[in-house]
Design a protein around this ligand. Sequence first.
Ligand code: ADP
Length: 252
Amino acid sequence: DQPSLTVPDSPQEIKELGNAFNELLDAQNQRLQHEKDFVSNASHELKTPIAAIRGNINLIKRHGDKHPDVIPESLGFIDEESLRMQNLITNLLHLSRADRADLVLKKVNLSEIAEQIGNQYKKTLAHKLKLNITPGLNISGNTDTLKQIIVALLDNANKYSPEETAITLALEKSHGKVKLSVKDLGVGIPDDQKKLIFQRFYRVDTSHSTEIKGSGLGLSIVSQLIKINNGDIVVLDNQPKGSIFEISFDEV
Ligand code: ADP
């Protein structure tokens, strides 16, 4: 049997078709606008360190002979800014790769993954890292991207909380879900920004963020990687202060 093709003939049907078509166009325009914003944000973020590097090179060229004392300080700036560029480019590459959600998911032991990353991370950290991991929790996921998610959240907890406070990496089963959380006792995130921080280049506008270096790309990468692993993330306030990033997965 040939499927029958229905041609809209009533005014109502034609109107509905028109609406559907307009919605499709709006979605397409929005995507294009996002792409444009992304390219212009990325260019802006790269221009800043390049300007600083070129400025310091010029300084050395012009004054290095007569005032060699400017050299070590300028080299320090060049070193710092080139590292910033390198991190930014690495993040941009991660983002473009995370866009292609073509990773194969399989049954993985998230408890083992969290335990392994937690123990590795502990060694590099000035904070005390508490591991609170229920063993034997399996999900359907991709090991490399799950590790990347945990490291990114620990990096942020480390950046946005004072060294004398503890960070907790926890994994538990709750309400039928496997929940992975990273908790810190740091600066916290205002309620109206809890969703915005997942947007590309978004940084909470406080003195903390200007003091603490970052590109605002980490959490947008995390958000895409969580989507690939079929998880959901929420941000909550920790007690008495700080933040909790909690990801829920289905157990398998
Ligand atoms: P970056 O840290 O490079 O700025 P992210 O995308 O990782 O970028 O985070 C976006 C913003 O969210 C940060 O600039 C910071 O303002 C806020 N943020 C992220 N994690 C935390 C945290 N654990 N505590 C407080 N603020 C955080």
